[in-house]
Design a binder for this molecule. Structure first.
Ligand SMILES: O=C([O-])C(=O)C[C@H](O)[C@@H](O)C(=O)[O-]
Ligand SMILES: [Mg+2]
Length: 431
């Protein structure tokens, strides 16, 4: 049967989703965080869904991109990138700006455009797959594994958001010391079967974080462990931590900022370094790889510009003998499905991928995706293989509409100031 793949409508729905009080080097997560749900509709009435960052700077590019897609084909993924390239980015959004509290380095117009287009690319692939009766992994060339392994993403965490702040409750408890971190890891293992553990560091002085990783190693012997302080340490501190943990770390993630500093640490410790900060664009690859600055690149289809770019990144990594895995920010089930499809197509995925999904008690799917033995099964249903619940989207959109603007742009430092009014995101390196 011939299908009409013409895009006739693109619906953009900004939402706010519950987020627990997770600590990182800039502060703490706010009780609700913005995401954007992208729905692409074809002439045949098929809807495809994607999600991406929902902060204002992304929304202001998403609308003009949506308008320019009407009349194009959902299958025209190359053209989608070309259209996105033409979007004008407000200079104030990029001049001297950091993204996600600096976790992706300096903001650029290209990074902004790629982050927006990623949600549209996934939506187009979902619609195309549904139209053709093919899963997204088949559109990407086919899966090479039936399930994708994820790691437990451990965070230092307060028991609750500050008294009086509207929020959803969670049952994870506090984790502000080694015993709390081990307890959290136990829950992750019990609930989802994860066997790799990543601790988000850069929160407490390095000796305390070394003690937490040691406690994990003792509680879970032989399990791959990672520590990620988001560049909070100097080269000398990074070397000290690497030396203290070399026998238990699978890798150290972004201990310090910048290619030269990372290369110095890698050279002087021999501990593998992973990154989602020093290599975040194709342009940064050459220098980082030739200097030996990173041994594992953590791709994130949201900011690399989609699933096809993620595959290209993986191919480049393979050519250089550099490992590849996946980074994650707060995301919902649409993105977990997208991550799982693309990860299923990447040969040589030797490290469990990151995912924040277990931290999200709310979702826009009729049925949440599940982890079995730490793995998500790759769906063979058409498109992403997930169904979006419009009532849930509407509920979370209503929350976004009702917000006075204070939660519409992620600000971990502002959230920290509610508990600690003098807080400013520390300059890095902090230690
Ligand atoms: O470096 C990383 O893995 C991240 O950037 C993940 C998240 O952004 C995490 O640090 C967070 O949300 O606080
Ligand atoms: Mg990281």
């Amino acid at each position: 049967m011939t299908r009409d793949l013409t895009i006739t409508d693109v619906r953009l729905t900004p939402i706010l989703v519950a987020d627990p009080p997770l600590l990182n080097t800039s502060g703490v997560h706010q009780p609700y965080t913005p995401r954007l749900i992208v729905e692409v509709v074809t002439a045949d009435g098929i809807s495809g869904f994607g999600e991406t960052y929902g902060d204002g700077k992304y929304l202001e590019l998403a609308r003009p991109l949506a308008d320019r897609l009407i009349g194009r084909q959902v299958s025209d993924l190359g053209g989608l990138l070309t259209v996105a390239d033409e979007l004008t980015v407000d200079r104030a959004r990029v001049d001297n700006q950091l993204d996600v509290g600096g976790q992706r380095g300096v903001q650029t117009a290209d990074k902004l455009r790629l982050s927006v287009v990623s949600g549209f690319e996934v939506a187009c692939l979902d619609a195309l797959g549904k139209a053709l009766g093919l899963p997204v992994h088949a559109l990407l060339g086919g899966k090479v594994r039936d399930a994708v392994e994820y790691s437990a993403y451990l965070f230092y965490k307060y028991a609750a958001h500050p008294e009086g702040v509207p929020c959803e409750k969670d049952d994870w408890g506090a984790a502000v010391d080694p015993a709390g971190v081990v307890e959290q890891a136990r829950k992750f293992k019990e609930r989802y079967g994860f066997t790799s553990f990543k601790l988000k560091g850069g929160v407490f002085p390095p000796d305390e974080e070394i003690a937490a990783v040691r406690a994990l190693a003792e509680a879970f012997p032989g399990h791959p462990l990672r520590l990620d302080p988001n560049g909070a340490w100097s080269v000398e501190t990074s070397i000290k931590v690497a030396d203290a943990l070399r026998d238990v770390l699978e890798y150290l993630e972004d201990p310090t900022l910048g290619t030269h500093a990372m290369a110095d640490v890698a050279r002087r410790t021999g501990v593998p370094l992973a990154t989602n900060m020093c290599v975040t664009t194709f342009a940064e690859i050459k220098e980082a790889f030739t200097q030996g600055a990173v041994q594992v690149v953590l791709s994130d289809h949201h900011y690399w510009g989609g699933l096809r770019n993620t595959q290209q990144l993986a191919a480049i990594c393979r050519a250089f003998g550099v490992g590849v895995s996946m980074h994650s920010n707060t995301h919902l089930g649409i993105s977990l499905a997208a991550m799982t499809h693309v990860a299923s197509t990447v040969p040589g995925l030797h490290h469990a991928c990151d995912s924040h999904y277990p931290w999200q008690s709310e979702d826009v799917l009729t049925e949440r995706l599940t982890f079995e033995d730490g793995r998500v099964t790759v769906s063979d249903a058409p498109g992403l293989g997930v169904e979006v619940d419009r009532e849930k989207v509407e509920f979370l959109h209503r929350r976004w509409l009702d917000d006075d603007g204070s939660l519409r742009d992620r600000d971990d430092a502002a959230a920290m100031r509610i508990a600690d009014p003098g807080w400013v995101a520390p300059a890095v390196p902090r230690w």
